[in-house]
Write a protein that binds this ligand. Structure first.
Ligand SMILES: *[C@@H]1O[C@H](CO)[C@@H](O)[C@H](O)[C@H]1NC(C)=O
Ligand SMILES: *[C@@H]1O[C@H](CO)[C@@H](O)[C@H](O)[C@H]1NC(C)=O
Ligand SMILES: *[C@@H]1O[C@H](CO)[C@@H](O)[C@H](O)[C@H]1NC(C)=O
Length: 434
């Protein structure tokens, strides 16, 4: 195998990712009220990401949630602007049910939004034409009234598409299905998303057709087609196709969940929501320590490996331990193993203090055994990945210039296991205190 390829592989293995939590804002659905403030979801996120800000925007309680979409968007716009002000940097946005459509509206009108991930939780993203209970106190239920109030904003009867696309209708507007002054901005603001997660399922019972949650829809004959078949996808009118081509869209079809339960269902939260918030894993600053083998010296400081890792992981820190205070170069690398372990333990301790996060450790040749010794004597080490590069991990009985203490001669096992021998010790092959 080509050496560069091998180095690339090693580098890949060493790519240790650290979770970076983003503040998360949540926009509720219809009939949000003081007894259901989406607290289950909020708490689940907070618990899985200690220290993260999670806000459920408290606006438009109860029947107010039936107010026209743009009116609600304008309110939530203020909430998100305030949230962004308090939480500079990228954020996540979750919209549940109607809230997922309001969320899109808010994103569209906020050219400078900082939402990186948007999770749509059973939202009728491509419209709705099911049975719907609308309280009389908001407006009388009737065909015409379906077109006023919030639901009217995304009501889409596949047998009456002309009406759906009539100027001013909320969904047709944010879908850029007719020409308006903000077409380009509505597209750009969607393209800014790093990830769009769409969650829905066949047992929803409210979103009709349920496929709308995944940007599917049915036609006048009741035939459902998926996102890729929709005109708005094909024309890329609001960036759906671009996002999809970029691999930025994740769709989950989750059976067994009724509409009111999505945000309270632990399995939905754990399997489909949290991973996407936690997937804000950034292969960010990597820290890697390297322990050299025998005859390490000024002309061979493992610089090829160090440089390869550094260039593959810009900003990373790679230290080849050189034991500045006691140079173990060259012949000194034949000093007894425990003595070397104590030196390298000090190096790792120092390294850990400089970089308290998870670190990678590479041990090359004898260094791989020293590394194990170091790990063994540091109960609180934070080495998450250990790469042993051609280290005689299970002993050695070849030709060497000097007698080394990891020597393992299968014909003299009693000698190998004699108390005090380094390898038999770290292999726990005889009883000792630690
Ligand atoms: C985004 O734009 C709004 C409206 O122009 C402005 O009030 C706000 O300060 C801007 N936020 C950022 C982070 O630039
Ligand atoms: C919770 O979600 C799972 C799918 O992840 C589903 O199988 C189950 O029926 C749901 N339970 C409730 C009470 O909604
Ligand atoms: C330095 O290390 C290289 C590679 O192991 C070896 O070939 C060379 O002889 C060493 N130099 C000295 C002065 O020990």
């Amino acid at each position: 195998m080509n050496v560069l390829f091998q180095i690339t592989l090693i580098t890949f293995w060493l790519t240790y990712c650290t979770a970076v939590y983003r503040p998360t804002a949540i926009i509720h659905g219809i009939m949000f009220n003081p007894t259901d403030r989406m607290e289950v979801l909020k708490r689940a996120i907070e618990e899985s990401q200690p220290g993260t800000t999670v806000d459920v925007f408290e606006l438009w309680f109860g029947v107010e949630s039936f107010l026209p979409m743009w009116r609600q968007v304008s309110g939530f716009y203020g909430s998100l602007l305030d949230f962004m002000g308090r939480n500079p940097g990228p954020i996540n946005l979750i919209g549940y049910s109607q809230g997922g459509l309001i969320a899109r509206g808010v994103l569209n009108v906020m050219a400078n939004h900082t939402v990186q991930r948007f999770i749509s939780l059973s939202s009728p993203q491509n419209g709705f034409h099911g049975e719907f209970y609308v309280p009389d106190s908001v407006f009388n239920v009737g065909n015409e009234e379906k077109y006023s109030g919030s639901v009217g904003g995304f009501w889409k009867d596949p047998r009456d598409m002309i009406r759906y696309k009539k100027e001013g209708r909320f969904l047709a507007c944010i879908n850029n299905e007719y020409a308006h002054a903000k077409n380009q901005q509505f597209k750009t603001t969607m393209c800014k998303l790093e990830q769009l997660v769409l969650i829905g399922g066949p047992n929803d019972g409210v979103v009709v057709p349920w496929e709308s949650a995944l940007f599917g829809y049915d036609d006048a004959n009741g035939r459902v087609t998926n996102m890729e078949e929709q005109a708005v996808y094909k024309s890329d009118s609001f960036c759906l196709k671009t996002l999809d081509r970029r691999g930025a869209i994740t769709r989950y079809i989750v059976p067994g969940v009724r509409h009111p339960d999505w945000h309270n269902n632990a399995s939905v939260i754990n399997s489909y929501i949290l991973p996407h918030l936690l997937m804000l894993l950034f292969c960010c600053v990597q820290t890697t320590a390297i322990i050299h083998g025998i005859m390490f010296n000024d002309t061979d400081r493992m610089a090829v490996l160090k440089n390869a890792i550094e260039s593959a992981q810009p900003g990373s820190v790679v230290d080849v331990f050189e034991l500045n205070s006691i140079p173990w170069y060259g012949i000194e690398s034949f000093l007894p193993m425990w003595r070397q372990v104590s030196g390298f333990s000090a190096s790792l301790e120092l390294f850990t203090r400089r970089f308290p996060g998870p670190i990678n450790l590479i041990g090359y040749s004898q260094g791989g055994l020293i590394a194990r010794g170091v790990l063994n004597v540091m109960p609180n080490h934070n080495v998450k990945r250990f790469v042993s590069l051609s280290a005689p991990q299970n002993g050695f009985h070849g030709e060497v210039l000097l007698v080394v203490l990891e020597r393992y001669d299968p014909t003299h096992m009693s000698k190998y296991k004699k108390e005090g021998r380094f390898l038999a010790c770290i292999n726990n092959e005889y009883k000792h205190k630690i």
